[in-house]
Design a protein around this ligand. Structure first.
Ligand SMILES: [Mg+2]
Length: 451
């Protein structure tokens, strides 16, 4: 059995990085950004910061005990013709800014492509120097070789989002589950960027026509792992792997032939175990079989949604309540039997560069400050009449500093739209709830990262 609710509980209680730690990450990134902007070595060259990697793709997971999680962001510097002759100049300026800083000096270390700021026993943040050249070329700096390397961070995020849409929002959850198997269960070893690219490549566009193939988390997990296994078994040797957002960049140097072979063999072991658990005929047998895959973190039971006790417990432990924040569970019984999807439009900006415009068009979730956002219900399976409610929750250092944390739930006046202005940097979200006959039957969340 696929046990969809058990998977939700597994994700919430054991796999996902909890909201407090994500909030702390926002605060830390804001403070590092302020330090970079103030640094004399950078002298006003900091144009922007762009989340990257698992942080941007929402595939960060809770680290195994005693380990740190990792977050990457790019600091975009203005182009300097003199520095282009010696690409290391860019990276050295970022290194000076952090290593000379009274707080970050002792926390910073130099890597080939980044400066790493380490918060012991919690996380490290990699700050990667990034330049968009006047000819449109996007590069990061490799300090070791003193060369520029092509990159396309927004393109990679767009690619993941497109694949996630094709799987009804299940791809990123499956990637998190696979990373959990890697980090907590020792199921295999593979760099995150390779895992994300391989699994994303497996998502088939034509499956879109078979609405059930990526229907929910366990079904998507089963199909992606089985399809990945089939594809890997057909490879004679390490297949060429290209950065999906940057065809000039190959990932071949990121892994060896023997790493490929080991990964292929481990996935070949894993696929039948997942099939077994999925096909087990009773709940008890299925739980036992899923626990063979995920260990004891796979829940042995789930509380029914109507009691609201399970979600209430998670919520108060994981999320700091903002002043005036409301939770839908405290207003209505929640029985999620239907779905709702929402869209987000951003007011047309006038002063953005080409990359930023593309980021907005793609709905990449990264929105510059001081724009208007228009959220709208795109579709729902709920038959009318029903009432729509909206919640906007912001977080992050800036909002906190300005005492603007919020999270009230408001009733929609009937137009099924919500307008918001983006004022504070941080990781925010908008949630939409559909309430029918006094019961919340559908909810949807749209992340908004303001930079
Ligand atoms: Mg990193």
């Amino acid at each position: 059995m696929k046990l969809t609710q058990y998977f939700s509980k597994l994700l919430t209680e054991s796999v996902n990085l909890n909201a407090t730690r994500l909030g702390d990450l926002d605060t830390r990134v804001s403070r590092i950004t302020e330090a970079l902007k103030a640094a004399s070595s950078l002298d006003g060259r900091v144009l922007d910061t762009v989340p990257q990697g698992s942080w941007a793709h929402e595939t960060i997971i809770r680290p195994a005990a005693e380990l740190e999680f990792d977050a990457d962001f790019l600091v975009q510097l203005s182009e300097d013709a003199a520095w282009n002759e010696n690409p290391r100049s860019y990276a050295n300026a970022v290194w000076s800014a952090l290593s000379d800083h009274n707080i970050y000096g002792g926390m910073s270390s130099k890597k080939d492509r980044c400066v790493r700021v380490t918060y012991s026993n919690d996380c490290h943040i990699d700050i990667i120097t990034y330049v968009v050249m006047s000819n449109g070329r996007q590069v990061i700096v490799n300090r070791n070789t003193n060369e520029f390397e092509d990159t396309n961070p927004v393109g990679f995020s767009e690619w993941i989002q497109e694949k996630d849409r094709l799987t009804n929002g299940n791809l990123r959850k499956v990637i998190r589950l696979l990373k959990y198997l890697r980090d907590h269960q020792g199921a295999f070893r593979l760099k995150s960027v390779l895992l994300t690219t391989l699994v994303g490549n497996i998502v088939d566009n034509w499956r879109d026509h078979d609405g059930d193939y990526y229907k929910d988390v366990p079904t998507t997990l089963l199909h992606l792992v089985e399809d990945l296994d089939r594809w890997m078994q057909a490879q004679w040797s390490k297949p060429p792997l290209v950065d999906p957002s940057c065809p000039m960049t190959s990932f071949d140097h990121r892994w060896t032939d023997s790493q490929f072979a080991a990964f292929r063999d481990r996935i070949h072991d894993l696929a039948p175990k997942i099939r077994n658990a999925f096909d087990a005929p009773t709940v008890d047998e299925s739980i036992a079989a899923w626990q063979k895959v995920f260990g004891t973190a796979f829940p042995g039971s789930v509380a029914t949604a109507t009691t609201a006790s399970a979600s209430g417990a998670i919520k108060s432990a994981d999320v700091r309540r903002a002043p005036k924040e409301q939770f839908i569970e405290e207003m209505f019984p929640v029985q999620l039997t239907e779905t709702v999807t929402i869209t987000c439009d951003v007011s047309p900006p006038h002063d953005l560069n080409r990359v930023q415009r593309r980021a907005l068009r793609s709905g990449a979730g990264h929105v510059p400050k001081r724009r208007d956002l228009y959220f709208a219900v795109d579709g729902t399976t709920v038959n009318g009449p029903f009432v729509v409610y909206w919640k906007v929750r912001n977080s992050g250092f800036e909002a906190e500093k300005n005492r603007s944390l919020r999270g009230e739930i408001t009733r929609d006046a009937g137009q099924r739209r919500k307008k918001e202005s983006t004022l504070y940097a941080g990781q925010h979200y908008v949630e939409c709830y559909v309430v029918k006959d006094g019961i919340c039957v559908a909810r949807s969340r749209e992340p908004v990262v303001i930079i």
